[in-house]
Design a protein around this ligand. Structure first.
Ligand SMILES: *[C@@H]1O[C@H](CO)[C@@H](O)[C@H](O)[C@H]1NC(C)=O
Ligand SMILES: *[C@@H]1O[C@H](CO)[C@@H](O)[C@H](O)[C@H]1NC(C)=O
Ligand SMILES: *[C@@H]1O[C@H](CO)[C@@H](O)[C@H](O)[C@H]1NC(C)=O
Ligand SMILES: *[C@@H]1O[C@H](CO)[C@@H](O)[C@H](O)[C@H]1NC(C)=O
Length: 340
């Protein structure tokens, strides 16, 4: 059985050192190790497993898609946001096309839209589903908190949606302004990105004018949700898995731990899914993924939820091999979902 906690990694042994700006503390703290992803020496030195990082690729066009990177400077937002954007090679010019706002995976502390496989996957989605796909390079822990991740995602989503009201807004994106159907905006994401997409849908449902964000649907690919009580077929050992360690690491201030509403959508204090700000949801789970049981089907949400299980597949199999048959099937399902 493939390693179920494997969050994307498969290549060789290389490390990079990303010294943070913070100064070292006189108090020695034990390093936090989440093998094989990250070591945080808690003195300002973070060592990430650079296997993936080395796979960053520049934005290049393919036969059936165009690709570019954008930096967005939203007035009043405290940091610039970067994203990789995908457009079909020949976008329909008679009818505007759906917009997919996407969040990559990596346990809130690793990952990037600029990695080779994330890029390959998004390009296929944009080309096949004939949509504009935008994948956000959101803040990761410990450079920021998980709240910064969600905040970046929300600022980005609002910026995308604002093209509906003003295609000449300062810093608007010409692809969105020209081709995007802002009445057909979807959110989506893998793993931690699926968690973020879920919270964006909740926030869209709660938002009041002028923060009006209307979403058609949300696509959650093997979303990262946890909880202290076991669900369904979850193994006893799950609480010793990386999935739990990572949450403790990235959210040290979540006093309820894995029952924090951010990570346990069915836990105490979690917002009711009745208020989700979209009409449709597709949740993809993988058979060999320990996160598979925590779907949102039993939530009382009145919308349409489609649950698909990829047989024989591990966590985020579509990123581990975007050319595989299973990934192709997933992309076909995304295509149908976005164009239904
Ligand atoms: C980096 O990840 C790869 C793939 O999972 C693993 O083989 C390697 O041991 C990791 N390196 C470190 C230093 O953890
Ligand atoms: C933090 O500790 C590690 C391991 O002891 C060391 O290699 C590194 O240089 C330290 N970083 C800083 C900024 O002091
Ligand atoms: C946790 O809370 C402390 C005290 O409020 C704060 O200094 C720290 O930055 C917080 N850490 C995170 C990761 O939110
Ligand atoms: C990226 O995809 C290729 C197959 O296309 C696979 O061999 C490789 O392991 C993947 N890399 C990562 C880091 O998942």
């Amino acid at each position: 059985m493939p390693s179920i906690a494997n969050l994307h990694l498969t290549l060789s042994l290389l490390l990079s050192i990303l010294p943070l700006l913070s100064s070292s503390s006189p108090f020695q703290q034990d390093p936090i190790r989440i093998d094989p992803y990250i070591i945080d020496y808690r003195n300002g030195t973070i060592v990430r497993n650079n296997t993936l990082h080395l796979s960053s690729v520049p934005p290049t066009n393919g036969n059936d898609f165009q690709c570019k990177d954008i930096t967005i400077n939203i007035p009043s937002y405290r940091r610039h946001l970067r994203a990789r954007v995908f457009l079909p090679a020949q976008p329909n010019s008679n009818r505007r096309i759906p917009v997919l706002v996407y969040f990559h995976g990596g346990g809130f502390c690793i990952g990037s839209p600029f990695y080779k496989n994330d890029t390959a996957y998004m390009a296929k989605v944009a080309a096949k589903a004939h949509v504009i796909a935008l994948s956000l390079d959101y803040t990761l822990y410990p450079e920021g908190t998980v709240w910064d991740s969600y905040e970046d995602a929300w600022a980005f989503l609002k910026w995308v949606v604002a093209h509906k009201f003003d295609s000449h807004l300062p810093g608007s994106d010409p692809w969105l302004a020209r081709f995007g159907d802002l009445d057909r905006v979807f959110v989506g994401g893998d793993s931690a990105g699926g968690n973020i997409a879920h919270h964006m849908a909740i926030k869209a449902g709660q938002a009041q004018l002028p923060e009006y964000v209307r979403l058609v649907g949300a696509f959650l690919a093997m979303p990262y949700f946890l909880g202290s009580s076991r669900v369904g077929l979850e193994p006893e050992t799950i609480t010793t898995s990386n999935n739990f360690k990572i949450w403790d690491y990235v959210c040290p201030n979540c006093t309820a731990g894995v029952d924090d509403p951010l990570i346990n959508p069915g836990g105490p204090g979690a917002p009711s899914l009745r208020g989700l700000g979209c009409g449709r949801m597709m949740v993809y789970v993988a058979q060999y993924d320990e996160l598979r049981e925590r779907d949102v089907k039993e939530s009382g949400w009145p919308g349409q939820v489609e649950l698909v299980e990829a047989k024989g597949q591990p966590h985020v199999f579509h990123i581990q091999d975007p050319d595989s048959l299973a990934a192709t099937n997933l992309i076909d399902d995304v295509q149908k979902f976005l164009n239904a």
